[in-house]
Design a protein around this ligand. Structure first.
Ligand SMILES: [Zn+2]
Length: 215
């Protein structure tokens, strides 16, 4: 089996997303790149039970190189993210709060400094039919300068240098959407402005925030 370790990562992270409630049944897809080859979830598979041998390997043009199952219907979207952003992994889900926010927002405001990881505010790409080049184009445009976007009346997407980062960003996006929902029910959430976000990034650099270190 080609790219066994990468396919095991894709299957394992698919099960992680399902266990975390980010995907229901077959709704959602993810992929990871090694060099010029991409391991991607197959269309119609239950992500909570996905196994490495069900993961399909494609080239940058989308031709199947290895595997027995047809790749996800959002393959064009995944390939576009690799082309435009040179990402290492892509995750797309219909996670409950992200999808709810995609029905009502034009963008998710940067209400917490952790969302700077996603690019600050999270844009909402306009609605297009699933699996179309029009959807891929709209989402790629929304992702400029961001590692996450919501997709109107559809769901969310994140990318990262590796699969663990992209999946963690999907969990962070869901957390941010839920946070915004809870806060909005209490009042008008304050948002962080550009200067506060820049200052946060300087502090992250200065303190190596988010990493363990010896005392
Ligand atoms: Zn979808």
């Amino acid at each position: 089996m080609m790219l066994r370790s990468l396919r095991e990562q894709v299957a394992g992270q698919a099960r992680r997303l399902a266990a975390a409630g980010m995907v229901v049944g077959t709704a959602g897809n993810l992929s990871a790149r090694q060099g010029d080859l991409i391991a991607v979830t197959p269309t119609g598979a239950r992500l909570g039970e996905l196994r490495a041998e069900q993961v399909t390997v494609v080239d940058p043009a989308g031709a199947v190189v290895d595997g027995t199952l047809a790749p996800t219907s959002e393959l064009d979207l995944h390939l576009g993210v690799y082309r435009r952003f040179r990402a290492g992994a892509v995750v797309h889900t219909h996670a409950p709060m992200a999808t709810a926010m995609s029905l009502v927002l034009d963008e998710l405001p940067c209400v917490h400094y952790q969302l700077v990881e996603l690019g600050g505010t999270v844009p909402v790409a306009p609605y297009r039919t699933f699996g179309t080049p029009e959807l891929a184009e709209a989402v790629l445009d929304a992702l400029e300068g961001h590692t996450a976007a919501l997709m109107a009346n559809h769901g969310g997407i994140t990318h990262g240098a590796d699969l663990d980062t992209a999946v963690t960003r999907t969990l962070l996006l869901e957390w941010g959407c839920e946070l915004y929902w809870r806060a909005s029910s209490l009042g008008t959430p304050r948002t962080l402005d550009r200067a506060q976000r820049d200052e946060y990034e300087r502090q992250v650099t200065a303190t190596a925030y988010g990493t363990t270190r010896p005392v």
